[in-house]
Ligand binder design. Structure first.
Ligand code: HEM
Length: 155
């Protein structure tokens, strides 16, 4: 059980448990809806010929969500570092907030009538928090005045 420190934690956890209890694997639903809404993201997974990368990535995202709603031992920093490492896969930074929102929508799809107003509110609030972290991640490809003065970016 995650240590609860954010108001939306119980409802987020309940939504994830509701999916698990029904024995549903939401992976296909989540990626199908992502690629339908954002077809430009599909070719980025060109190396993933059997779905293993998509599955592994989603598992990490769920772990990150559980940490994010709990004591945030790593997830807030991880979102930033993944944004930077994913530049190597040509993943645009905006895709991060899109992806997390799409996970919520995917769970809503698979739960259908069992999706509750409490889940809806909790996901909206958590996604706003995640978006905040995503937007405040400094860009590694932009030379800010602070970086210029520390000398590392001078040739
Ligand atoms: C915090 C959010 C994310 C986490 C924790 C995460 C994690 C990971 C991990 C662990 C892998 C490697 C999986 C493996 O090789 O088995 C991976 C690969 C990948 N991720 Fe993410 N990811 C995140 C967000 C995103 C987003 C938003 C996109 C954009 C759609 C994305 C696109 C990709 C792609 C295209 C690959 C495959 C790279 C390759 O060709 O090997 N990721 N991700």
């Amino acid at each position: 059980m995650t240590q609860v420190v954010h108001s939306y934690a119980p409802e987020i956890e309940a939504s994830l448990e509701a999916v698990a209890e029904r024995g549903i694997d939401p992976t296909a639903a989540i990626y199908e809806r992502l690629f339908q809404a954002h077809p430009e993201l599909k070719p980025l997974f060109w190396r993933d010929d059997n779905g293993a990368i998509r599955g592994e990535m989603l598992a990490r995202v769920f772990e990150a969500i559980l940490d994010f709603i709990g004591d945030r031992r790593y997830s807030d920093h991880m979102i930033s570092t993944e944004m930077i490492t994913h530049e190597g896969y040509d993943v645009p930074r905006e895709a991060f907030s899109t992806f997390f929102a799409n996970v919520g929508e995917g769970l809503k799809d698979v739960l259908g009538p069992d999706w509750t107003p409490g889940y809806e509110t909790a996901w909206t609030e958590m996604l706003a928090d995640i978006d905040h972290f995503a937007r405040h991640t400094p860009r590694s490809d932009v030379i800010t005045p602070a970086r210029e003065t520390d000398g590392r970016w001078r040739s």
